[in-house]
Ligand binder design. Structure first.
Ligand code: G6P
Length: 368
């Protein structure tokens, strides 16, 4: 398989720019746009309505896609979800109610801990569903149900397009589960499907933020630590932002649930500390505003990633506000992935690190 960088300086940047296209392709595979319906395989070996529980296990960025999906499954399908880091799950001897659903998420389909989690779940009577980018992989082969992400080959070690495709597939599954369990009606399904189909257009809009983000990266490249905050589905996106930044630029970064600020990270805040807040104007925006006020009161340097309404209601001084298009809440994690990837990418480029091959990291971790 020969893949080149095209006109892009790095594979990672090429893959960031491919996202509207591959997310559209993935969405088209799972959603029937004209009917406004989700289209999952008809022969699932279980009944959503009778499912006792969902467990999710994955590593790295795929884990953060799973964490986002927990919010969707609980909201849309009112089903309890356990989400685990695969290396923890596999050794914890977790009791599992037979007949449950285990979802493993993996780009490569070869991650050792994720594979071991899959095998454990199978031995414990779970239906195993893989959201996987390599259809010929071990994880795909050993799973009962394969839900492919159609991201195409991902070369950059830091996952980008595979992540947004994982989110697209997981959101589609959560909507289908909600419909089957009677918590989503036809009108809601139609509205959600339409929202999902719009994600690529909004991602294209978000890509236009690149020059502003490249400018911001000049100052970010000079700092020692960065804190990322978010609530709801923006919490896993904050963690993903921090993960990307540390992987690529080697700047220490942490992603926190904004509500946990008072329980620790607030002690770190001073004039030197940039705090990147991921906060679309949603039902919990107001709560995040109070967290920003706490940061501002301690001289913290706020970088706010929000939409026009959020920018208008921020009520604090920021050093930069990145204004993302106003999007339906369900697709916010997909669209907000673009600016956080670009922040990490450009900060790394400023630092002169090897973006496509960061030190000590491997694309696929096939050993423990
Ligand atoms: C490595 C990669 C990450 C990836 C993780 C899980 O750490 O650098 O980008 O998210 O493995 O890999 P998987 O192939 O299972 O998604």
């Amino acid at each position: 398989f020969l893949v080149d960088k095209g006109n892009h300086r790095h594979f990672m940047l090429k893959e960031i720019y491919e996202q509207p296209e591959v997310v559209a392709r993935t969405a088209a595979h799972y959603l029937d746009m004209s009917a406004g319906k989700v289209r999952l395989p008809a022969d699932l070996p279980f009944d959503w309505a009778k499912l006792p529980r969902i467990s999710i296990a994955a590593c790295g960025t795929a884990y953060l896609a799973g964490l986002t999906a927990k919010y969707w499954f609980e909201r849309f399908a009112r089903i309890q979800v356990d989400i685990d880091i695969a290396s923890e799950f596999r050794y914890r001897e977790t009791p599992m109610v037979p007949g449950g659903l285990m979802i493993v998420v993996s780009q490569s389909g070869e991650t050792a801990d994720t594979l071991a989690s899959l095998r454990y779940a199978k031995e414990n009577g779970q239906h195993v569903m893989a959201v996987v980018n390599v259809p010929t992989s071990t994880i795909a082969r050993e799973s009962h149900i394969v839900m492919p992400t159609l991201a195409g080959p991902e070369i950059g070690v830091a996952s980008t397009k595979a992540f947004t495709c994982q989110l697209t597939v997981l959101a589609s599954i959560a909507i289908a589960a909600g419909k089957a369990r009677g918590f989503i009606n036809d009108v809601d399904e139609d509205r959600l499907v339409r929202a999902m189909m719009e994600a690529p257009r909004f991602m294209n809009e978000a890509l236009k933020l690149e020059p502003a983000i490249a400018q911001l990266a000049k100052s970010l490249s000079k700092v020692r630590d960065v804190l990322y905050l978010g609530r709801g589905t923006s919490y896993p996106i904050a963690m993903e932002g921090a993960l990307k930044l540390k992987e690529l630029s080697y700047i220490h970064a942490e992603g926190y649930a904004a509500g946990e600020l008072k329980h620790g990270p607030i002690a770190l805040i001073d004039e030197e500390m940039p705090v990147i807040v991921i906060a679309p104007f949603d039902h919990i925006y107001e709560k995040t505003v109070s967290n920003m006020q706490e940061v501002a009161a301690r001289g913290g340097q706020i970088i706010l990633v929000t939409d026009a309404k959020g920018a208008e209601h921020a009520e604090v001084k920021t050093i930069a506000t990145i204004v993302v298009p106003d999007v339906p809440a369900t697709i916010a994690p997909i669209v907000y992935s673009v600016p956080i990837q670009l922040i990490a990418y450009h900060t790394a480029v400023e630092m002169g690190t090897d973006v496509d091959q960061p030190r000590n990291l491997a694309k696929s971790v096939t050993v423990e």
